[in-house]
Ligand binder design. Structure first.
Ligand SMILES: Cc1cc2nc3c(=O)[nH]c(=O)nc-3n(C[C@H](O)[C@H](O)[C@H](O)COP(=O)(O)OP(=O)(O)OC[C@H]3O[C@@H](n4cnc5c(N)ncnc54)[C@H](O)[C@@H]3O)c2cc1C
Length: 355
């Protein structure tokens, strides 16, 4: 059986981002790479959105970028600007196409469906398949989104809606998210922060229909694409192994308070690439402990007091948008952290330290 210098398990966002980073930096000229990916074809299955707080390799896969956004609770709307850190949406279909086209040029890169097809004994492994233990803290971000097209101009495509909490909360945390790609098309998502197997929230089609028709008051539209997913709001378990690094969601690249992962994956890929020659001795890359600690408290409050979360998110965005964006994208300094923390209900958060 063939042996490879490197193996990437999972050719999704993290696996392909890493392979691309290694390839464009010529780290695979004299090294071999096997990617293990069971899917039989790549097609658009996700839309990755984030504030662009750092450069990445996929500007040409950005479907749309915005410099203005809103956050809503019942009867209140906060209008915010994000000129310094525009919000971008990457189309996964374009991302897969771009990377796979590039990787095909290098004969040192091979793709397999299963690990059993190769000999991995002497390889360095990058694993993006998470092991989710059932007894782990069980909070997930569940979401279901549809892209719609309207007959007439309907959306203001200069401004997106990050969170609209003016909806049924069902003793959980629920908001809608609208990304208008043009005046006649948008992605509209219903998002729940709740337990893993919470089926009581899964009447997604009804929620979306009700929101579009009764809240946005849009009648003539057609659905052109659907996406559904869930992101663990905890770090998947892993065992430390000498020749293995976990990447992507499996590698703890998700910011637990928000679910944002895409840009962290890009930074992790660059870090691995910069250290690839000495990778088995390189320090683990992780989201700073400061954010791990703050997110843990935030999620304790969310679990205990879901009814307070719409107001908490709304208050958070009363800080300068630049500060909030930096905080949510792991780029804030001490003063920016303090200004966010100051906006939180102090007694609730202090009590959460002892739950
Ligand atoms: C629908 C959706 C939308 C999201 N939107 C955003 C967003 O807007 N912004 C953001 O920052 N984050 C977002 N995320 C979170 C995160 O960015 C994505 O989940 C991202 O795809 C994580 O990358 P990954 O490589 O860890 O996992 P994946 O992209 O899921 O890749 C894992 C790969 O492993 C393969 N695989 C599965 N089992 C095996 C196996 N046994 N052996 C080998 N391979 C296997 C899968 O086929 C897949 O290709 C979203 C997540 C989902 C699910």
């Amino acid at each position: 059986m063939r042996e490879f210098d490197y193996i990437i398990i999972g050719g999704g966002c993290a696996g392909l981002s890493l392979a691309y980073e290694l390839e464009i930096n010529e780290k695979l000229k004299n090294k071999t790479l096997a990617i293990i990916e069971p899917r039989t074809e790549y097609k658009k299955d996700k839309t990755w959105s984030f504030w662009k707080v750092a450069n990445h390799n996929f500007e040409d896969c950005v479907k749309k970028s915005w410099e203005n956004f809103t956050v809503n609770i019942a009867k209140k709307t906060n209008h915010l600007e994000c000129v310094d850190y525009p919000y971008q949406s990457v189309d996964s279909g374009l991302f897969y196409e771009k990377i796979n086209t590039k990787l095909k040029e290098n004969k040192n890169i091979s793709i397999f469906k299963n690990m059993s097809e190769i000999n991995s004994k002497n390889s360095f492994i990058f694993n993006s398949v998470p092991s989710i233990k059932k007894d782990h803290r069980n909070l997930w971000q569940h979401f279901y989104g549809v892209e719609i097209e309207t007959q007439n101009n309907f959306f203001d495509d200069k401004i997106f809606n990050l969170m609209d909490f003016d909806c049924d909360q069902r003793e959980s945390v629920h908001f809608f998210y609208t990304l208008p790609y043009s005046k006649t098309s948008a992605l509209i998502e219903t998002t729940w922060l709740s337990k893993m197997n919470d089926d009581s929230k899964k009447d997604y089609d009804t929620q979306i229909k009700d929101y579009i028709e009764n809240h946005l008051k849009l009648k003539n539209y057609k659905i052109t694409y659907k996406e559904e997913g869930k992101i663990p709001l905890f770090y998947p378990a892993y065992e430390i192994e000498k020749n293995k690094i976990n990447i992507g969601t499996a590698g703890g690249m998700t910011r637990l308070s928000t679910g944002y992962t895409f840009l962290n994956i890009q930074e992790h890929s660059k870090y691995i690439c910069n250290n690839i020659e000495n990778i088995s001795k390189t320090k683990k890359f992780e989201i700073s402990k400061k954010y791990q600690f703050l997110d843990d408290i935030f999620l304790r409050v969310l679990e205990k007091h879901p009814e307070k979360m719409p107001d908490i998110f709304f208050e958070m965005f009363k800080s300068s948008p630049k500060t909030v964006i930096k905080f949510l994208s792991n780029k804030s300094n001490f003063f920016e952290d303090s200004s966010i923390i100051f906006k939180m209900p102090k007694i609730t958060f202090i009590k959460a330290l002892f739950y």
